[in-house]
Write a protein that binds this ligand. Structure first.
Ligand SMILES: Cc1ncc(COP(=O)(O)O)c(C=O)c1O
Length: 409
């Protein structure tokens, strides 16, 4: 387990909620921010704030250096070949929509197939539904195994030579399942399809290496990995991005503008129309420094241990069902559950009364809820600042909820 001292970097955790010390178990929705990130953003606004790429003045140069420095930091973080392959976006949702609208519209036609799975977040479903509707392509789903994992046999039998795009979540935000992305990428490539990875729940927790995975695109969000909201990343292979058209047009992304025709800047800027998310990128760079200092391998190990412990302790509560892989080594630090027939919103409300923050609802994964045959679940998601004591508080809170709703059992 990581040192408890890590908590001291997160000012927000040092408070009481409803008379109890806060236990934050909703990092899957958004993570908390360490003081290092808050300070980096503050420093930018206090000493560097200016627009980038345009200024001949000192502040403009400072802001540009910090913004482009953040891009280099992201490049190293995911081991991309070049900063031209790193595009700053608003988040995973925008990154995935960019691929669907730019690459998708140019390369998918009637009769083609787009392959996703039943465990996708809405952000990795709807852009493909829209693309399929526009182009006449077929959207296909890879079936899940009973424990909420993917089998490579199912992957092989779903992807065909008609498949043009495979888009799969690396770590499920509901089941916690970690998918074999490298192997799936290989299968997609054997059929001439490209591989898009939704890395929203992976980037905060695992060491990512896009060259090793060989994926064609990877999307993730800064706010789930200790960075600020409003910044995300689209990684794409240079040879693909180079021939893709931008989807947003305006300032910053142009080379020359005439009355009737314009040309675009080179990569990555042609995909960054308008004033970029400068403070967001700087905050993300500070978050990467923070995570790397602790070590992504250490963070992943810590979360595996917490998830295993949580599953062990939670399974002693009669009537509590946990969804997703039973084997903790197949899942990240996410435990989704239901307590008998009590609505998860009610469970989450009782937990909140005890100072414990969990999420309840469909987790932006309604097709997965259908697959699980429930309308909603509660979810505890762990991050580097969570401790064994947090799990004990969760289990005690769940026992309180169970007593509270005793009547309905
Ligand atoms: C797996 C997954 N994909 C995509 C998203 C969307 O991320 P964002 O809202 O930051 O664009 C989320 C957010 O919860 C997620 O968990």
């Amino acid at each position: 387990m990581l040192s408890k001292e890590i908590r001291s970097h997160f000012p927000i955790l040092n408070q009481e909620i409803n008379g109890y010390p806060l236990v934050y178990l909703d990092s899957g929705a958004t993570s908390q921010k360490p003081v290092q990130v808050i300070e980096a953003i503050k420093k930018y606004y206090e000493f560097e704030n200016s627009n980038v790429h345009r200024g001949v003045h000192t502040l403009g140069n400072r802001a540009t250096e910090s913004y482009e420095g953040a891009r280099e930091k992201v490049r190293k973080f995911i081991n991309a070949r070049s900063t031209q392959e790193v595009i700053f976006t608003r988040g995973t949702t925008t990154s995935l929509n960019t691929v669907a609208q730019s690459y998708g519209r140019a390369n998918v036609k009637e009769g083609d197939e787009i392959v996703i799975t039943h465990m996708e977040h809405h952000s990795n479903i709807i852009p493909w539904q829209q693309l399929a509707k526009e182009t006449g392509a077929t959207l296909k789903y890879i079936d899940l195994e009973e424990d909420g994992t993917l089998s490579l046999d199912q992957v092989r039998s779903t992807i065909t030579d008609k498949t043009k795009i495979v888009s799969i979540v690396y770590v499920s935000n509901v089941l916690g399942t970690m998918n074999p992305i490298k192997e799936i990428t290989q299968i997609a490539h054997e059929h001439g399809a490209i591989m898009v990875v939704d890395g929203a729940q992976a980037a905060p927790h695992l060491k990512l290496d896009v060259q090793n995975l060989d994926c064609d695109f990877l999307a993730f969000s800064g706010h789930k990995m200790c960075g600020p909201t409003g910044i995300g990343v689209l990684y794409g292979k240079k040879e693909l991005l180079e021939v893709m058209e931008p989807i947003e047009f305006g300032g910053e992304m142009i080379d020359f503008v005439g009355l009737y025709e314009s040309t675009w800047k080179e990569l990555p800027w042609k995909f960054e129309g308008g004033t970029p998310i400068i403070a967001g990128a700087i905050g993300l760079a500070a978050a990467i420094d923070f995570l790397e200092e602790i070590g992504l391998d250490e963070i992943e190990k810590h979360e595996h241990e917490l998830a295993a412990l949580a599953m062990e302790k939670m399974s002693t509560i009669e009537g509590l069902s946990i969804y997703g892989p039973v084997d903790p080594s197949k899942r990240a630090g996410i435990v989704t559950f239901n307590l008998n027939d009590v609505h998860p919103h009610d469970v989450a409300t009782v937990l909140d009364m005890n100072g414990i923050a969990v999420r309840a609802g469909h987790h932006c994964a309604q097709p997965l809820m259908k697959w699980l045959q429930c309308t909603a679940t509660a979810r505890a998601s762990f991050y580097l600042y969570n401790t064994e004591e947090d799990i004990d508080r969760l289990v005690a809170g769940l026992r309180t909820a169970k007593e509270y709703f005793n009547d309905v059992f």
